[in-house]
Design a protein around this ligand. Structure first.
Ligand code: C2E
Ligand code: CA
Ligand code: CA
Length: 575
């Protein structure tokens, strides 16, 4: 009796436990965001679980209802869905299907599982539906981003290069050409700053779309490499598909503005073209060379196009080697300062000297400042050089003062990059004071390019330097954009008239009028005038006549090393 009671209790306890578990599973399924379709083979019965109602409007009671589900599946996916619904042998299977789910088309991952009975026949089947639309969209977007630029929809750098590599391999086999154009929008930063980044983006999109419209067929492609840089490539260019005629079409388009949110915007381009196999043997080399050529095109002002030729690359390689050499140059050993005298046009008093740098590299070769200063200006090397020059020039002036008791002006060339650095003014003031020199015995020569960047900031710096008494000269006057009218607002002391004007002065009437005009204005504003590069007595005479105050040039003295200038100071040569 007890034994029987025990068995009954045990069974009902097990039953309760099973019921509990069952309701836990049901709860789990029903709160799941997936939908389930369950089929019992023995009873031929269907039931649904989970979020079925969130997925489908069709209620499943029997086979016919299941058949109706097929109308929800995309045509191409019907076979795959059939293999899941009638899954009986394979046991397990997963398919990705596009369904017309409630609320539109969705991507559904559908997993089918069959359980077999002891005899090996199918006994139960479960289909699980999971909505993976969001994931698939993200995934598609990621793979899209791997190939395309998100802003313009054009090819990105990676896929462009991948295609270019393939084209070049093919051209190598077939003995054909690949033409590559590196396209850069001029002054894009200024445009961007002017109209705002969003409109800047709109411009890039519109321009990109236009370039894309030129790419007919699969033997042309274009890409957005970064910021304002685009690339066009043509496989086997001929006739009106040659880069030259494509460029003509681009130029035609640029005669009209791009109509943007902010209004019409005109752009100009710099384009560099390099072609395989002439210019390079690999895709990366070709891109690099087209870019170098593009930089050359930039010098030729608006809408410049340049084609690769050997001298361009040679000069590029030469400059690159020079930059390398400059970086490792030992300033104290390889650099020297030469000094060129400046004299009063009337009376011939020595006004002072201009310090001019000289470089004898480690192999003993002289390299002209006209060649290496522009390269140094592209990097921070120019600041090291500028610091060295100023220290050397100021210490030499102090030395001369002690030795000869002279009152001279030491003119030092200051590069725009160095001048624009924070703290430059106080640094140079401290340097001169450190040698106990009067501040007005040093003159800083700056070019008009200094004034282009952040004018108000530079103006403040000039004013500060002038307050302390340091002299300021505008070098190469007339070659930049500074006009005479502009001059009167500048806190400067001296105007150096560029050699090109002095050269043309006696050659033609216009040249003469310009120099007279400059001198007239400069004198009336009370600035000092220095004529540069005076080589002949006639030039000197004429400059005296038209009121130039100081003269510098080979006629009166070339730039010479310190010792030679000291001979002059001792009065042995000049007086
Ligand atoms: P710049 O400042 O215009 O210097 C005048 C240049 O004209 C110097 O060339 C000088 O030697 C040359 N010159 C002077 N008189 C005559 C003449 O009668 N006939 C001819 N044909 N040339 C004359 P240099 O020394 O080769 O310097 C070239 C440029 O390099 C300078 O032009 C200046 O822009 C830059 N530079 C030279 N030294 C320095 C320096 O220490 N720092 C910086 N930042 N630039 C420097
Ligand atoms: Ca100068
Ligand atoms: Ca000059």
């Amino acid at each position: 009796m007890n034994e029987l009671q025990y068995q009954v209790d045990l069974l009902s306890a097990m039953n309760r436990k099973l019921e509990d578990e069952c309701s836990i599973y049901r709860l789990m399924l029903d709160s799941s965001s997936d939908a389930y379709l369950y089929y019992d083979f023995a009873e031929d019965r269907y039931s649904t679980m989970g979020d079925w109602k969130g997925f489908f409007e069709i209620e499943i009671r029997d086979r016919n209802d299941v058949a109706r589900l097929f109308s929800q599946v995309r045509e191409e996916d019907i076979e795959a869905f059939r293999s899941l619904v009638y899954l009986e042998k394979t046991g397990k299977r997963t398919e990705l299907l596009e369904f017309c789910k409630k609320g539109g088309k969705q991507w559904i991952e559908c997993k089918g599982t069959v359980i077999f009975d002891e005899a090996g026949g199918p006994s139960k089947k479960l289909l699980k539906f999971r909505d993976i639309t969001k994931f698939k969209k993200q995934n598609d977007y990621l793979s899209y981003l791997a190939y395309y630029d998100s802003l313009t929809g054009l090819l990105n750098r990676n896929s462009f290069m991948k295609n270019l590599i393939e084209w070049i391999e093919r051209a190598g086999r077939e003995g054909t050409m690949v033409s590559l154009a590196f396209v850069d929008i001029n002054d894009f930063r200024k445009i961007n700053d002017g109209i705002g980044m969003l409109v800047g983006d709109e411009l890039l999109q519109r321009f990109g779309k236009f370039l894309q419209s030129l790419c007919e067929g699969d033997s042309m492609m274009c890409a957005h490499l970064n910021a304002d840089v685009f690339c066009l490539a043509i496989y086997d260019p001929v006739g009106d598909r040659a880069m030259r005629s494509i460029y003509q079409r681009i130029l035609e388009r640029l005669t009209k503005p791009f109509e943007l949110m902010s209004g019409p915007v005109f752009i100009t381009l710099s384009v560099g073209v390099a072609e395989y196999p002439e210019a390079a043997s690999t895709a990366f080399e070709l891109l690099e060379r087209a870019e170098i050529v593009m930089f050359r095109a930039k010098h030729t002002k608006q809408n410049g196009i340049r084609y690769f030729d050997a001298p361009i690359i040679q000069s590029f390689l030469h400059n690159a080697a020079l930059e390398q050499k400059l970086k490792s140059a030992a300033l104290d050993r390889e650099f020297m300062l030469y000094y060129q005298p400046q004299y009063a046009a009337q009376g011939g008093r020595l006004r002072g000297v201009e310090a001019l740098i000289r470089w004898r590299d480690s192999e003993g070769q002289m390299i002209s400042p006209g060649e290496f200063i522009p390269i140094a200006e592209k990097s921070s090397i120019i600041v090291n050089i500028g610091v060295w020059v100023a220290q050397k020039a100021v210490s030499t002036l102090a030395e001369w003062k002690k030795k000869y008791g002279v009152d001279l002006t030491m003119s030092i060339n200051v590069s725009a990059v160095h001048f624009s650095q924070d703290g430059f003014a106080h640094w140079i003031i401290d340097l001169i004071k450190g040698y106990g020199l009067p501040l007005d015995e040093v003159e800083l020569e700056i070019t008009e390019t200094v004034l282009i960047d952040d004018f108000l900031h530079i103006l403040k710096k000039l004013e500060l330097l002038q307050q302390y008494g340091i002299k300021l000269a505008i070098d190469d006057f007339g070659t930049g954009y500074a006009s005479l009218a502009y001059l009167k607002n500048l806190p400067v002391d001296t105007i150096k008239i560029d050699k090109t004007f002095i050269d043309s002065m006696l050659v033609d009437k216009e040249g003469d009028i310009i120099v007279e005009g400059i001198l007239d204005m400069v004198n009336r504003l009370g600035y000092d005038s220095v004529a540069e590069g005076v080589e002949t007595q006639e030039q000197l005479d004429h400059l005296r006549e038209i009121g130039c105050k100081y003269i510098q040039g080979y006629l009166l003295g070339r730039p010479v090393p310190q010792e030679q200038l000291e001979e002059l100071l001792e009065g042995r040569i000049w007086e």
